[in-house]
Design a protein around this ligand. Structure first.
Ligand SMILES: [Zn+2]
Length: 384
């Protein structure tokens, strides 16, 4: 099976390469914003129309020709992707991009054959610790300790600047034929605020406090920022500090989610989870007052995304139950429904019908498991 994997390298561009990178960020942003403006006025505009429009924009803004032209087309692709997600109600309407401390651009690997020789627009030499990118040419990178060569065909590369550091993330199409032994295990998982994940096997994974501690730090620095004079040196310093905290939070979130998923799929072939109501979540994410909720929601989103691709790689099955399935209100013993359990402060499920008492999240995870089994039978994915 072919899967796409990303390898992220720290990059050490020279002064002139840095200048070109920042120019490319600017040009990609300019294209994105110009096309977004056109698309908002004329929604029938397609990616192909927009690619054609680049030519006339190059006449208006000659500096667009100085940067990697593929990055400009990727910018249009991203815009179109944003609109597709919006039409499918998976996200908000694309917004204009502002210049920020963190920026990125993507470029695709283009393969050409000339006189029986193959040329790639992107290549990585891990022995020389170099990446070759369009327009930038060779840029120094830090290698991976156990990797001499990228194990597959390069699809694309994303150049990013995070604070003062430069990175390049290279997506490679890899063949994996891992003979995974089937465990035949099936598990239901509940996403919660006390433990990030509770399983129907009575296991708890992930302490939310490792992530919500950033809430206090962010608020403290944000408060300081609000008192400072906008544009002053101290203000800029605080902006950088705030950025650093967000970056740490992002890394911690990724690490936590990866650890949880690893444990959950270790002994199971089928994983049943709630599907998150993304529309509801993005609404909350826009609400700055609810920072804690935002931190937890984005962690749940990350867990599901990692779960999805890990299941794909390892040929396991992921089943998502409807977000309207009331896993916390049903008694997992007798199926009695108790609306009072909507109240998240009730930590124990005490059934008024059969008298059984179970920890709230365990009860929910067993219900999710049961609903998953029901869906499997409905889709005839299991026969016994
Ligand atoms: Zn009951």
């Amino acid at each position: 099976m072919l899967v796409n994997k990303a390898y992220k390298f720290r990059m050490y561009p020279t002064f002139s390469q840095k200048a070109l990178i920042s120019k490319t960020f600017g040009c990609s942003r300019l294209i994105f914003n110009k096309m977004l403006d056109k698309k908002l006025k004329d929604p029938s505009l397609t990616r192909f129309d927009m690619n054609k429009l680049i030519l006339s924009l190059k006449e208006e803004f000659p500096f667009l020709s100085e940067v990697d032209s593929c990055s400009l087309r990727c910018s249009i692709f991203n815009l179109e992707d944003g609109f597709k997600r919006y039409y499918k109600k998976l996200g908000g309407i694309p917004r204009f991009k502002k210049k920020g401390i963190n920026s990125s651009y993507r470029t695709n690997n283009i393969t050409n054959t000339y006189k029986d020789k193959t040329y790639n627009s992107i290549s990585v030499d891990l022995k020389r610790k170099e990446i070759t990118l369009p327009k930038l040419k060779e840029v120094k990178i830090r290698g991976y300790r156990n990797l001499n060569k990228l194990p597959g065909r390069i699809i694309n590369a994303t150049v990013s600047k995070e604070g003062n550091k430069y990175y390049v993330s290279v997506v490679v199409s890899e063949e994996i034929n891992k003979e995974t032994e089937k465990t035949r295990g099936i598990v239901g998982i509940d996403l919660g605020v006390k433990n990030l994940v509770t399983t129907s096997d009575y296991e708890y994974h992930g302490n939310p406090k490792h992530l919500t501690k950033y809430e206090r730090r962010i608020k403290k620095v944000q408060k300081k920022l609000n008192r400072q004079v906008k544009g002053s040196n101290n203000y800029k310093k605080t902006v950088n500090k705030l950025d650093e905290i967000y970056r740490k939070l992002k890394n911690a979130r990724k690490k936590t989610a990866e650890e949880i998923v690893k444990k959950v799929i270790e002994n199971n072939d089928v994983i049943v989870t709630e599907s998150l109501n993304i529309k509801e979540m993005t609404k909350k994410e826009n609400n700055k007052k609810n920072l804690r909720k935002e931190i937890l929601n984005s962690t749940f989103g990350k867990i599901i995304r990692i779960l999805e691709y890990k299941c794909k790689w390892e040929e396991k099955t992921i089943i998502k139950v409807s977000p309207y399935y009331s896993s916390s209100q049903i008694c997992s013993h007798c199926n009695n429904k108790d609306k009072e359990m909507k109240d998240i402060r009730k930590r124990k499920y005490k059934c008024r019908e059969c008298g059984s008492v179970l920890e709230r999240d365990i009860n929910a995870s067993i219900n999710i498991l049961n609903e998953g089994i029901r869906l499997l039978i409905e889709r005839k994915m299991i026969t016994e």
